[in-house]
Write a protein that binds this ligand. Structure first.
Ligand SMILES: C[S@@+](CC[C@H](N)C(=O)[O-])C[C@H]1O[C@@H](n2cnc3c(N)ncnc32)[C@H](O)[C@@H]1O
Length: 311
């Protein structure tokens, strides 16, 4: 058994010229007339609903410095800043194209923009932040992909990441199986945030461990292999995230963790429109297709809110 390395940095730096190909939950909910809003109990944008949820867990009114890593079009942060003018926001993104979009969408606010890859960022550069948000981007970070044969491409980088995998396995007692793909970049970034002593962290991404609630099992089929799964996208591949490993890492750093599916803060309005769309084997309309994908995402995406406990 060998590994290859899946990376997306080249795509994000050089080839990304639209997020339209990757309709994130945040972007899908942003337009006021989005059909996705009609399937939720609260018909509001993603950022507003996430903020309202987080403020029940975190004293958001007392927080000053917030960092969003990989903020896409900047809609989540626009919602946060419109609800809390005291927040001092920094947006860090690897993509020059998306950073430009963020600047346009956040121009009415006083925001710092950093064009950087999160992976080489030094721990002490993170220290000033009280809250760090990473929404739908952990799957973009490097993944070790298990193969039956040894792969000689990017040999040096691969060897370095394999060494890191051994370190994570031993330090955090992560029992990687032979055939398992490893979210090595996500682990590295989370460890860095924990080392940086960030008091509050929010992460969310496609999960390989999620389970559909019993009442929805007749309507939604979600495979959860418990091994990070490949998601082929335009110009790059992503991998689903094994949140139980991230949970173990954060626990070692004494974080209290709330983990769940994003449907926790985007509760589904199980109305007749939703039921009809979910019951169809083949959707009749594009709206029904959008609704089916959106409802699937509500349960396929997991989140973790992490709160650093005082010693
Ligand atoms: C799928 S988009 C998600 C955007 C947004 N958070 C949302 O939910 O709509 C992934 C984002 O992560 C950024 N990204 C990917 N790899 C990154 C890296 N290594 N460092 C910093 N940002 C990265 C991308 O440029 C993009 O903004």
């Amino acid at each position: 058994m060998g590994y290859s390395l899946n990376t997306t940095d080249n795509y994000h730096i050089n080839n990304l010229t639209s997020l339209g190909w990757e309709l994130t939950v945040c972007n899908a909910l942003y337009p006021e007339n989005s059909p996705c809003r009609s399937v939720l109990q609260t018909k509001n944008s993603f950022g507003i609903q996430l903020y309202r949820y987080l403020e029940k867990l975190i004293p958001l009114k007392k927080i000053h410095n917030i960092l969003e890593i990989g903020g896409g079009l900047g809609y989540l942060m626009r919602d946060f800043l419109s609800l809390n003018r005291r927040l001092k926001a920094t947006m860090l993104d690897i993509s020059p194209y998306l950073l430009k979009k963020q600047k346009e969408n956040l121009q009415e606010f006083d925001v710092v923009f950093l064009e950087n890859d999160i992976l080489p960022i030094k721990i002490n550069a993170l220290a000033p932040f009280d809250l760090v948000i990473m929404n739908e981007n952990l799957g973009d970070l490097p993944t070790l992909v298990a193969h039956t044969e040894e792969n000689i491409e990017h040999a040096e980088e691969l060897a370095c990441y394999l060494e890191k995998a051994t370190y994570f396995s031993e330090k955090y007692n992560l029992p990687f199986k032979e055939e398992e793909n490893i979210n090595i970049g996500a682990m590295e970034v989370l460890e860095k945030l924990c080392h940086g002593g960030i008091k509050y962290i929010y992460l969310s991404e496609h999960s390989c461990e999620t389970i559909v609630p019993e009442r929805l099992k007749p309507y939604i089929n979600i495979e959860s292999s418990e091994i990070p799964e490949k998601i082929p996208l335009k110009g790059h591949d992503e991998y689903t995230i094994k949140f139980s490993y991230l949970q173990k890492i954060a626990k070692m750093f004494h974080y209290k963790i709330k983990r769940g599916q994003i449907a926790d803060f985007l509760p589904l309005d199980f109305n007749s429109k939703v039921l009809t769309a979910l019951r169809l084997v083949t959707p009749f309309t594009s709206e029904q297709e959008i609704i089916r994908q959106f409802v699937y995402d509500l349960y396929k995406y997991e989140y973790m809110v992490m709160i650093k406990m005082e010693k």
